[in-house]
Write a protein that binds this ligand. Structure first.
Ligand code: A3P
Length: 286
């Protein structure tokens, strides 16, 4: 079809996952040493998740291969999450207020990842197209962009998501929440990884920058794509989670009219947002 198959629970849109897992999220047990990666789909969840795993391991070899999707709060049944060894690196596309209750009580570490909405929309389109059976989606890019702009996708409107998280970060300044972005990671990966390591209190035998450089190499697009796991094959055999891995690919997809439409939505919905989105790596804009 030309729309995406979704689940609606408590007025919020989810991918067509099991409703009982989603309904159980508030009661999921959280440990003090958990780290939760939070991002709208396609903002770089896998990338940051993998970086954090190596940072916590304090080494880049001999770290067991684990699937990000086995550590996803709204997808993995609670008893499967319980089986994961500490320190767990969990991940979710939920809003702050939808996180398990214990996430706030234990004050576990949270990493929130942003990405510019133009690249993100393009990435989302490919995600839904490649998972066409799961989402029952066969539309074109032109059909897809209005779904993105109007929040007719899993996890709802990107605009609402970003504004909600922005407010959550601001209102919970006593909580350990670290904010990073796809573009900053692309622009200065070693610096951003050092910042992440500092936030996590991650330790390694190597000097901070040397270790960060090794983690960067281990988590490069090429390197991660070569280790892709069970989840990463779509119907047509193309990898789903590793597509282009660039900043600015949106220019190959957006027509002038589509770009104006996106800018119009940004103006209308994000004018009070303090987040500066980076649309290409040679210049920054809002
Ligand atoms: P593109 O579709 O623009 O290539 P998520 O992990 O949140 O699903 O995000 C997926 C996006 O991150 C995809 O973007 C994917 O290619 C990109 N990505 C995955 N691993 C990456 C890496 N190691 N470095 C840079 N981008 C990566």
């Amino acid at each position: 079809g030309n729309t995406v198959r979704l689940l609606k629970i408590n007025n919020f849109l989810y991918p067509p996952f099991s409703a009982d897992v989603i309904e159980g999220v508030p009661d999921v047990e959280i440990r003090e040493d958990d780290v939760i990666i939070c991002a709208y789909p396609k903002a770089g969840t896998h990338w940051v998740w993998e970086i954090v795993r190596y940072l916590l391991a304090g080494k880049t070899s001999g770290v067991p291969l684990v699937e990000k999707d086995n550590c996803m709060i709204e997808w993995m049944p609670a008893d499967r999450l319980k089986d994961l060894p500490s320190p767990r690196v969990l991940n979710t596309h939920l809003l702050f207020r939808q996180l398990p209750r214990q996430a706030k009580q234990t004050r576990c570490k949270i990493i929130y990842v942003n990405r510019n909405p133009k690249d993100l929309a393009v990435s989302c389109y490919h995600h839904h197209r490649k998972l066409s059976e799961f989402y029952n989606y066969e539309g074109t890019w032109d059909d897809f962009l209005p779904l993105f702009l109007n929040g007719q996708l899993d996890y709802g409107s990107w605009f609402d998501y970003v504004k909600d998280w922005e407010r959550a970060v601001q209102d919970n300044s006593d909580m350990p929440i670290h904010v990073t972005s796809y573009e900053e990671l692309k622009q200065s990966p070693v610096e951003e990884i050092v910042r992440l390591a500092q936030f996590l209190g991650a330790r390694s035998a190597l000097p901070a920058r040397d270790f960060a450089a090794r983690v960067e190499e281990r988590c490069s697009f090429r390197s991660m794509k070569s280790r892709k796991g069970w989840f990463d094959m779509s119907n047509d055999g193309e990898p789903i989670m590793y597509r282009k891995g660039e900043v600015g690919d949106w220019k190959n997809w957006f027509s002038v009219v589509q770009n104006e439409a996106m800018d119009g939505y940004l103006k209308q919905y994000m004018s009070d947002s303090k987040t500066k989105f980076i649309y290409d790596l040679s210049q920054s804009s809002t």
